[in-house]
Each structure stands twice: as C-alpha cells, then as structure tokens.
Design a binder for this molecule. Structure first.
Ligand code: GLY
Length: 338
C-alpha cells in the first residue's frame, strides 16, 4: 500500500494547474465527453483514441447544440460540421470542414489522417470520402434546427454575416449581390455567447504522447461554405510532444486569424507556463478585437495546465474540465476572464 500513499501525497503537494501525467483537458463543462476521453486513456487507449472518443460523444450528445448534428443551421438551414485531430508525436493532422450529412466528424477527421496522405478534406467531397470509408450518410437536420432556421427567415434573416451587398443585409434576406461601394465597417459579431461553441480536447499520457482535437457545428446562420477555426491547424488546436498542446474555442472567424493554439504551444516551448501562454494567445487577439468571444486551454509536457479567456459581455468566467490520476474522474475548473 506504500506506493499509492506516496503517490497521493505527491499529488496533494502539486500546486493548482499542475497535474501529474496523464492529463486530459477539454473546453467547457462537457462532463460526459471528458469522462469518455479519460476512461478511454485509462483503459489502454492512446491519446488519439481519447481525443476521438471524447469529441465523438459530444457529437452524439450534441453538447449544448454547438457540436454535432442539429445545431447552428446555415443560411439554407443545413447543419455542417468541422473537426480536426492532431498527433503531436508525428505532427500528422486529419481535418474535415463543411462536412455534410455525416454525424461523426471527428471520426472522419481521423480517417483523413490515417487513410489518406492528405491533411484536410472539405464540403461535399469530404462527405463522399466519409461514405467510402463506411460512415453513414444521414440528415443532420432536427426539429430544433428547423425551428431556428424558420424563425430566422421570419425575422428577415437577422442576424447574418453579409456586408457590402444589396439588398441591405441588416434589413433583408438574400439573394445578395455586391454593392457598388465597399464600406469599411467594424466586424459585426452575432456569436451566441450564451452557448458554448466547440469541444476542444488535449490529452497527454505518461509516456509523453500528445494529441489534440476539436469538433463543432460552427456558427448559426453562417454563410454556406463558412469554415471556422476548429479544423484549422494551429487555430482550433495544436499538439507537439516536444512542447505541449492547446485548443481554442470562440469566435472562429476572428480567432483563426491569430493561430492562438500554435502561438500558445510555441510560447510553452520557449518556457512560458501554460497559464501565461494561454493569456498571451488571448492578449494577441484582444489587441485587435477587445470584445471578442474566446478562450483557450493549454498543457505542457510535464502535465502543467492552464486556461484563459477574453472578458466579453457574456463571458466573465470560462469553465473547462481536467482529468488526472489524482481524481481519476473529470473535475470542473474555472478561470476568470481578463
Ligand atoms: N469556434 C467555432 C467556430 O467559430 O466555428
């Protein structure tokens, strides 16, 4: 019995944000997904398996409507999915974007990584690939997504993400044509900040294997074809066994311009602790978009972890899940936004 006692004594001495390896972290309080990822790792699965199983459960459970089928209908009422998975040992990535008719986006992302020499497949072609690989084609529409769409139509297609078009997109539905004048305007953001928006998972095991992944149905009323940050390498997530891993959540159109996950991992490589790296990645975006909606989770190769979020009208605190051997079950953590 001496060994467990010593281990628990050691773990009790660990300061906040430090965990012995293995560690699994995910964005938002998606507890079932966290448990699926952790249990996969504990029962002998790899870090990639853990990331895939956690994201896949969220896709089935439609975590808050922002992951998986039946959420975030686009301007035509269709739900499309974005996902990616990254192997931090080999630096291989599989990603899918604007995936149609297939519920298990993270599974397709993994198939891209493991069954092709490509990195990202998009749109209809990604769906054909998925069907060829044995994924079932299904309608991703639900009563809820149909209602969201029909209420939006009834409300003159407000809000939407069009600009410099006619008819005036702030008053009318499309179809739109380009307006003669291009007016400079601040980006209008309508992200539903009351909902969460992406599951991002990072997993590190005791042998130093590292993986990261994401899954989302994107942004409600998006322009058809719109792809967010989640499947974009270094934006939605990044993993490198020589430095650590990070995953981001939030307003993807803004966040992908700054590659926050890549930035955070590189800062950890340079010696920043995970909380500082996460904060620096958020600060970089905040400089240009002070009110953007977004957060990031980070972990380094020693099992230290942290998170940061931008203080926005509807986000003052960000909640995320951490699983370690200390608790052997996912624990919710919170960070105050700045
Ligand atoms: N962060 C998810 C998205 O913007 O699509």
């Amino acid at each position: 019995m001496a060994a467990p006692l010593l281990l628990s004594t050691y773990l009790l001495l660990l300061p906040l944000g430090q965990a012995a390896l293995p560690v699994v972290i995910n964005t938002w309080p998606f507890k079932n997904a966290a448990a699926a990822a952790w249990n996969t790792l504990q029962s002998g699965g790899s870090v990639l398996d853990a990331v895939e199983k956690g994201c896949a459960l969220c896709e089935v459970e439609q975590c808050d409507g922002t992951v998986g089928y039946g959420g975030s209908p686009d301007e035509t009422g269709e739900t499309t999915l974005d996902a990616m998975i990254m192997n931090g040992d080999t630096m291989e990535v599989g990603a899918v974007a604007n995936l149609r008719r297939i519920k298990n986006a993270i599974g397709v992302a993994r198939a891209v990584m493991e069954r092709t020499d490509q990195t990202m497949l998009v749109g209809e072609s990604a769906s054909v690939f998925a069907e060829d690989m044995g994924f079932i084609a299904e309608d991703l529409t639900t009563i809820k997504s149909t209602n969201i769409f029909s209420n939006w139509l009834k409300g003159n297609c407000q809000p939407n993400y069009r600009k410099n078009v006619v008819p005036d997109p702030s008053k009318s539905c499309g179809p739109y044509k380009p307006s003669v004048a291009l007016k400079q305007s601040n980006r209008t953001r309508h992200a539903n900040t009351n909902s969460h928006d992406t599951i991002g998972i990072i997993a590190l095991d005791q042998d130093g294997h590292v993986a990261a992944g994401t899954s989302t149905n994107g942004l409600t009323h998006k322009v058809p074809g719109r792809v967010g940050d989640s499947p974009v390498i270094g934006a939605g997530a990044y993993a490198d066994r020589s430095a650590g891993a990070a995953a981001a959540t939030g307003d993807g159109d803004i966040m992908m311009c700054f590659l926050p996950s890549y930035l955070a991992v590189e800062l950890m490589r340079a010696g920043a602790d995970p909380s500082t790296a996460c904060e620096a990645a958020i600060s970089r975006i905040k400089r240009h978009y002070p009110q953007f909606f977004g957060a990031i989770i980070c972990a380094n190769t020693t099992g230290h972890y942290g998170a940061a979020c931008n203080k926005a009208p509807t986000l003052s605190q960000f909640h995320y899940m951490v699983s370690t051997s200390e608790t052997n079950t996912p624990v919710q953590k919170s960070v105050n936004c700045f």
